[in-house]
Ligand binder design. Structure first.
Ligand SMILES: [Zn+2]
Length: 85
């Protein structure tokens, strides 16, 4: 699958885009390279206070995600055990 990045206008393969489940094609709008560049620029424009807040938000989001995954796995395992016996 090929996709054109609207930022660099280069046709790239799907693996050169980040995955984004919210998008209809499951891929991020911009390619990895552009995304990285944008993120870096956006990050550099942040103040120290904003960076701190962002890091905290990222940390909490990933922690929540991990907890959610853990509980999902736990329930999936329980359900499997229940059906096998
Ligand atoms: Zn690009």
């Amino acid at each position: 699958m090929f996709k054109t990045c609207p930022h660099c206008q280069i046709i790239k393969t799907a693996d050169q885009f980040h995955r984004d489940r919210q998008k209809s094609d499951g891929l991020s709008t911009y390619c990895r390279e552009c995304r990285n560049e944008m993120n870096r620029e956006a990050y550099q424009q942040l103040t120290t206070e904003q960076r701190r807040a962002r890091n905290k938000a990222t940390y909490e989001a990933s922690r929540e995600w991990k907890l959610k995954r853990q509980s999902e796995r736990y329930h999936a395992r329980k359900a499997q055990q229940g059906s096998s016996s």
